[in-house]
Write a protein that binds this ligand. Structure first.
Ligand code: NI
Length: 268
């Protein structure tokens, strides 16, 4: 599959599964904005059958290079980011994984059990990244028990392999050229922003500002019945240039740590 086809397919699934995304995209384009994305993000587990080294393959094959690593101690997660060299407007790729070996036996066993249920032929990266939850009926009790220890683990259990979010490049917008303006527009339309660590994560001094809406609720069928739980969200990033006029292309660990919480459980 060509890279652009792969990204387009993720976009179709993501907008279908998370109605707020297409609404926000349309809201900006209806105001004359041309929306370009800064990055796309995926989540997975540290299990060598499905880890970052597996999911990165289609991007490396397309010419992406690994440009940064990030450790989230409290969340027991690790991430890498990738760029297409020589293109400031490239769609960056951010892939994180839950370090299950650092977590309780319950999480380790549950997560390994999920990976065991993936049919061998589906472990091929370009299939795996679209797979969703190929594991047996979901249990709401398990979902809640995972949440008690790790929101990340619970999210992976309920939603599995899919794009976690796209991020709009505020640098590419005209009228809405700051995170404050984007956030005000969205709040005015009733969207709930992620407030963890402040509505805007990072700063001009750190050369990166980020904000995001809280994830859309999806109706998920559990063995015990259907529950509305947070699925995926939309993010907004503004990048700045350093004193040598180089655009900052990386991510800030402390900010990304808070952005992760856009999929934390909340009542709607
Ligand atoms: Ni992001």
């Amino acid at each position: 599959m060509q890279l652009q086809q792969l990204i387009d397919r993720h976009w179709v699934d993501y907008t279908r599964q998370n109605p707020s995304v297409q609404k926000i995209y349309n809201l900006l384009t209806s105001q004359g904005e041309k929306v370009r994305h800064d990055h796309i993000a995926f989540r997975t587990f540290s299990d060598p059958r499905v880890n970052i080294d597996v999911l990165e393959k289609p991007f490396l094959d397309a010419g992406y290079r690994e440009m940064g690593t990030y450790t989230f101690t409290r969340k027991h997660a690790f991430a890498k980011h990738y760029e297409l060299p020589g293109d400031e407007e490239n769609l960056r790729v951010f892939i994180s994984q839950l370090q299950t070996e650092e977590l309780s036996p319950f999480i380790r066993q549950t997560m390994a059990g999920l990976v065991n249920e993936i049919p061998g032929e589906s472990l091929e990266p370009e299939k795996l990244m679209f797979l969703g939850t190929p594991w047996g009926p979901l249990s709401y009790e398990t979902y809640q028990k995972l949440r008690d220890e790790s929101e990340y683990a619970a999210w992976m259990y309920a939603f599995g392999f899919r794009v976690n979010h796209f991020a709009i490049s505020i640098n590419g917008l005209g009228k809405y050229d700051t995170p404050e303006k984007v956030n005000d527009l969205l709040k005015g339309r009733g969207y709930i922003m992620n407030q963890s660590g402040g509505e805007i994560k990072g700063s001009r001094k750190q050369l990166l500002e980020q904000s995001s809406i809280m994830a859309d609720h999806n109706q998920v069928a559990f063995r015990e019945g259907t529950h509305g739980i947070p699925a995926c969200y939309y993010e907004f990033t503004k990048r700045y240039r350093d004193e040598k006029n180089r655009l900052f292309n990386g991510f800030i660990t402390q900010s990304a740590d808070k952005i992760f919480e856009s999929t934390n459980y909340y009542e709607k």
